[in-house]
Design a protein around this ligand. Structure first.
Ligand code: PHE
Length: 351
């Protein structure tokens, strides 16, 4: 390691640096000199084998070379970065008039949006949300709701039974009525809304085997049919607009007495009569009634001191109504082209 040879290092290094054509190439050269196994580093390690005197002079010289190297690389690096920036500015021309790239924003499914709309209306009226299992105990789905095994009403709800004995895919959300009563354990008022899936063995233009319902149950002292009608009318106006008219028809459900169905004016003909409403001017949207005394008992409530109302509505039908969709099956084909036309609509809360 003689002083003269070391002297030539500066020139050698400078030549290599100037030859490097990119930042990566520059890094490689830097590594060859200053890296852990680089020339300068190795030379410094070798100092210990020199005599004390040589160590001093060579050491000083090496330090000088190292300083020089650090400066040289830093300076060249800066220069190259600046050159690259200038090149980009000159060569990469942006056309500011090109349209931007829009990120794909996800949309909630119209059924989900309708469910949230309904929830919003009832949460504002003091209801709370309850959920029950989709694979349900037959007792909750039928017996507790006053539908014994041999009752013809079971035929209305062609059920999916499964391999577990005594279990069924719930045919409606009404079993949550019983579960809620058991949970509230006699406390008043019970004021719940239970959205969820239900399953029945039919599949045609107006029915799918899996569909959504929203169940409501209110129990307190002195609840009457007027409370039920008032609540349903508020809901209809909130969801379908002030112009909507409602109509109640007597009906039958084993778990309510009396029972009634609610119709709303047909959206297609606004009540004049058309194919959609079979010329009646009305479309049915839900089943309801005063909770049957036996059902109150099954849930642990005393029908002599409290009363209640319940209703269950199909979300799909309401969705079709709100979004102007005329075929139920469109909701389940997951055709993004179709679904993406329902842009977020902020005119209503929850949508
Ligand atoms: N569970 C009934 C159905 O699915 C609807 C309903 C709910 C009727 C609550 C009355 C009270 O058809």
């Amino acid at each position: 390691m003689d002083a003269q040879r070391l002297d030539s290092w500066k020139d050698e290094m400078t030549r290599e640096v100037m030859k490097a054509e990119s930042l990566t190439e520059l890094q490689t050269v830097r590594h060859q000199w200053l890296g852990r196994k680089g020339k300068i580093t190795n030379a410094m390690k070798g100092l210990s084998s020199l005599s004390i005197e040589d160590r001093r002079t060579v050491g000083q010289q090496l330090n000088g070379i190292r300083e020089y190297a650090l400066d040289l690389f830093a300076q060249r690096e800066q220069e190259m970065e600046l050159q690259e920036e200038t090149r980009q500015l000159q060569e990469e021309v942006y056309d500011m008039t090109l349209p931007g790239l829009w990120p794909d924003v996800g949309l909630l499914h119209p059924i989900t949006r309708t469910r949230r709309l309904i929830e919003d209306v009832f949460l504002r009226m003091g209801f709370s949300l309850e959920y029950g299992p989709e694979v349900e105990d037959e007792w909750y789905n039928f017996e507790a709701l006053n539908i014994p095994a041999d009752h013809p009403a079971r035929d209305m709800q062609d059920s999916f039974f499964i391999d577990l004995p005594g279990m069924v895919l719930r045919t409606h959300t009404s079993p949550v009525q019983i579960r809620a009563m058991k949970k509230y354990d006699g406390a008043l008022p019970v004021r719940i809304l239970a959205p969820g899936r239900a399953f029945r063995r039919d599949d045609d233009a107006t029915h799918v085997p899996m569909f959504f319902q929203v169940e409501a149950l209110v129990i307190d002292r002195g609840i009457s049919l007027a409370d039920l009608k008032g609540t349903l009318n508020i809901m209809a106006h909130e969801l379908l607009g002030d112009g909507i008219k409602t109509r109640f028809r007597p009906s039958y459900f084993p778990f309510t007495e009396p029972s009634m169905e609610m119709d709303v004016t047909c959206a297609s003909c606004r009540g004049a009569g058309c194919r959609v409403c079979k010329e009646t001017g009305w479309v049915e949207i839900l089943g309801s009634g005063m909770v049957h005394p036996q059902v109150l008992k099954n849930g642990g409530y005393d029908p002599l001191t409290v009363s209640g109302f319940a209703f269950g509505l199909g979300i799909e039908r309401l969705t079709m109504r709100i979004f102007g969709i005329d075929d139920l099956r469109l909701l389940y084909q997951n055709d993004m082209e179709f679904l993406s036309q329902f842009q977020p609509y902020t005119g209503r809360p929850g949508l």
